[in-house]
Design a protein around this ligand. Sequence first.
Ligand code: 5GP
Ligand code: MG
Ligand code: MG
Length: 182
Amino acid sequence: MSQRPYVIDVMISAKTIAAKIEDLCSEITSEFGNTDKLIVVGLLRGSFVFIADLVRELDLPIEVDFLEASSYGDGMESSREVRILKDLRGAIEGRDVLVVEDIVDTGHTLNHVTKLLRSRNPKRLKSIALLDKPSRREVDFRSDWIGFEIPDEFVVGYGIDYAQRNRNLPFIGSVRFTDDPE
Ligand code: 5GP
Ligand code: MG
Ligand code: MG
């Protein structure tokens, strides 16, 4: 699958991402302004760069936890069945929680994860996704904060992989196959 040759076109620059995170974090800081402690939950692995930048812009007392849900596997196909591969370390009952995701695509992953976490009775539960592909949605899910709406293109970089590669690019880029006749 990844043997096909491809190039990566810059879609969202590192500078544009940084500016967006500043804006989002001032909104999140005022939303959770009175919190005793905000538990920031990163969905592994795609959100690891985003959550790192995000928490450093939040002017709040926070804790960080991680959860891993299966979605794409190593390919480019979404799977509708969401499995929890790694659960949170800590309890969230009565706490303020912010779930951090890289991309909302069909919506199945965040829909499933937020329902699961809500069943544990947090005080407040909100979600943020860096990217949103609204044209791909299959379930009625909206994240509380979104960085950028993007078209239905396969993206990599800023933590997001193609077959585990390209996570270290500092920008969001779209994958273009060079053996494609178009
Ligand atoms: P959903 O359950 O909303 O369909 O899937 C969300 C997950 O699919 C994201 O967290 C991400 O892991 C993966 N995904 C969706 N679009 C892309 C994409 O363009 N590139 C990559 N690498 N993963 C994607
Ligand atoms: Mg993901
Ligand atoms: Mg992936």
